[in-house]
Write a protein that binds this ligand. Structure first.
Ligand code: SF4
Length: 643
């Protein structure tokens, strides 16, 4: 009994992780019923068109959904991806039509031979649900995997009882639906949704029965696996936006995944988790789990690491945060990679295979990516490759608040021009827009000119982060435009009136910010601005300066962050020494909270007004939406008063 319940629980978990697809399937069916019931007496043709469109949507969607359920049940995939869904639509739509048509034909035979049977198509389908699921699961699984030779297909009792249970519940629900003549519409819909849920549960249940007999799947499962994870921060809006943009447009693909893929022996299956809300179902034993950790997502990284360790997997954490605080991370994981992955990862893999994992792995220093990483980039999809080209690594500046120079060094490492051109040439026909990953695309002016003289010939469009000194070099700026530059992102960090100009380095051009920004804009290149508030010298006047600076310079977008002392930065150590750090709760280190004590600012007040002013008022689409909503509300108010 315990085993039956455990199995059922596992199947329910699989289906629950795709609850939104069950709901979508239900919506499609509801829409079809609504169209059928609508009175289109004058427009039968229109009704036909709507029904045809919905039928195509239903067949494609169901075909894809059943395929994804099989892949997740077999552990070929761990979660839904758009790419796999598309493939499953192609593979499964015909099977779905064949099985549905088969049951419809049986129904026609029944009502022709027994006209008074009083059985509806819905009820008939639910009686034959078990046949439908058996047939469909068999067809899909035999197309994906091969069944073991000589293995007799037999029903395991622990599956058999759960299959019958699900099947009976489904029939009871459909009977309830059929017999509810004048019941509540909402309750009817809920029953219909539950019936739909049990149908898919039956399919998962039966699929798992077949999957046990698939040899290729079993062999595949024996290959060692590495999980690469970049945890999504908890929250409401930001993770959802990331999820949508990330999944649809392949934004936010972690560059380190590509490097690790390139450095990992091919015998490993690599599974990637990014832009994804965590689900306990993903915890598995006997895996090598690699988690990338920044300060802002360290809470989630540690919690996931703990979950995998409890299951018996080996957990390695790397990234900026743990490179500077390795002992903190070691409370939750087995090993920490300190510094860049290149030069450390090979040793991690070797030790993992020998079972001799060390606590700390040190990168051998700033190294160039090996050839295998370039190969990995060349084989990546155009959407990903076009966003992962890094021409240089390292930064010539040494800003006090930035951990980049401490992690990647101050020496500029340049990628061979031919390698960059090779990737662009490979993907430019599918993807015209490129986003360079560099911290500063203008890190080395000579190299920049050499590279973009060549890129100019390839007729692409690109955006990148840059330092404002590019505007002092007419040749470089002109070349940027001619080579297809659309947007340059400048980290101004301070305004042209800030006392912080005395820090020098990147700030030494601050008093010319407006003039230089105009030069970039005059070339037809948009400018996005990053500013930081909360520097030691900042006060109310600095805040007004920030607003003025944002108004007089027509930036494409601007974002203002609160100065945050990330571990590893010079700022962090200075503020620790001065005892000016308010708290070490890393969840607050998201650049929208004052974690530093400030002598001249009312911190809570600025935490509220900065997002209101800079994110809402200055962000144009939202401004327009806000104004529209305001005028609409006013109009409605005045109109109702006049009435
Ligand atoms: S210029 Fe940018 S990348 Fe370089 S140190 Fe300053 S903030 Fe970091």
């Amino acid at each position: 009994m315990k085993k039956i319940l455990k199995n059922l629980q596992h199947q329910i978990k699989i289906l629950n992780s795709l609850y939104y697809l069950v709901f979508f399937a239900f919506l499609i069916d509801l829409s079809i019923i609504a169209i059928i019931n609508l009175n289109f007496s004058n427009a039968i043709f229109l009704k036909g068109i709507f029904l045809s469109i919905l039928a195509v949507v239903k067949i494609s969607f169901y075909g894809g959904f059943y395929g994804i359920l099989v892949e997740i049940a077999s552990e070929q995939e761990i979660f839904l991806t758009f790419r796999r869904f598309k493939q499953n639509v192609k593979d499964g739509w015909l099977f779905y039509i064949i099985l549905s048509a088969f049951i419809c034909i049986l129904y026609l035979i029944l009502i022709t031979n027994i006209p008074n049977s009083n059985i509806t198509l819905l009820l008939f389908f639910s009686y034959f649900d078990i046949v439908f699921c058996l047939g469909l699961a068999y067809l899909i699984i035999s197309k994906k995997y091969s069944f073991s030779r000589g293995d007799r297909m037999s029903f395991d009792p622990k599956f058999f009882f759960s299959t019958i249970f699900i099947y009976v519940v489904k029939i009871v629900l459909v009977h309830m639906l059929e017999s509810s003549n004048d019941g509540s519409v909402i309750i009817d819909k809920l029953i219909a949704l539950m019936a739909q849920y049990f149908h898919f549960l039956l399919f998962v249940n039966i699929s798992m029965q077949f999957i046990k007999h698939c040899s290729s799947d079993i062999e595949e499962r024996q290959r060692p696996e590495i999980y690469l994870i970049t945890p999504v921060v908890s929250g409401v809006l930001e993770p959802i936006i990331n999820l949508i943009l990330g999944n649809l447009l392949n934004f936010f693909y972690p560059p380190v995944f590509l490097i690790l893929r390139g450095l990992t022996p091919k015998k490993y299956i690599i599974r990637e988790f990014y832009n994804r809300f965590w689900n306990d179902r993903y915890y598995k034993s006997n895996k090598l789990v690699v988690i990338t950790c920044y300060t802002f997502n360290s809470y989630e990284a540690y919690s996931i690491a703990k979950g995998f360790k409890e299951k018996g997997s080996t957990v390695v954490i790397g990234g900026f945060h743990v490179s500077f605080l390795p002992d903190e991370a070691l409370e939750y994981c087995d090993s920490v990679v300190i510094g860049e992955a290149v030069g450390a990862w090979e040793e991690v893999i070797n030790d993992y295979e020998k079972g001799t994992m060390k606590k700390k792995y040190y990168s051998l220093g700033p190294l160039d990516d090996p050839e295998s990483v370039q190969k990995e980039l060349m084989s990546a999809s155009p959407e990903i490759a076009s966003k992962l080209i890094e021409t240089t690594r390292g930064c010539k500046f040494d800003c006090e608040f930035c951990a980049g120079p401490m992690m990647c060094g101050r020496q500029i490492r340049k990628k061979p021009v031919k390698d960059i051109l090779a990737i662009i040439k490979k993907v430019r026909h599918q993807c015209k827009h490129f986003c360079f990953l560099d911290a500063n695309i203008y890190a080395d002016p000579k190299y920049f000119i050499e590279l973009f003289e060549e890129i100019k010939k390839l007729k692409i469009k690109w955006i990148a982060s840059c330092s404002i000194d590019i505007a002092t070099n007419v040749k470089a700026l002109t070349l940027a435009k001619e080579s297809g530059c659309k947007i340059l992102r400048f980290g101004y960090e301070i305004t042209d009136q800030s006392v912080e100009i005395k820090q020098g380095g990147k700030f030494s051009l601050a008093n010319k910010y407006s003039v230089l920004t105009k030069k970039v804009r005059d070339k037809g290149i948009h400018v996005t601005a990053f500013l930081i508030f909360g520097h030691d010298s900042d006060n109310f006047k600095s805040f007004l300066d920030l607003i003025r600076f944002s108004l007089v310079n027509p930036f494409f977008t601007r974002s203002v962050c609160i100065l945050t002392p990330y571990p590893g930065t010079r700022l962090y150590y200075r503020k620790l020494a001065e005892d000016k750090i308010r708290n070490l709760n890393w969840m607050d280190y998201n650049a929208s909270k004052f974690v530093l004590k400030h002598d001249k600012l009312n911190e809570p007040l600025y935490e509220v007004i900065i997002p209101i002013i800079f994110n809402l008022i200055f962000f144009r689409p939202l401004t327009y939406a806000f104004l529209f909503a305001l005028f609409y509300a006013l109009g409605v108010g005045i109109f109702s008063m006049l009435k």
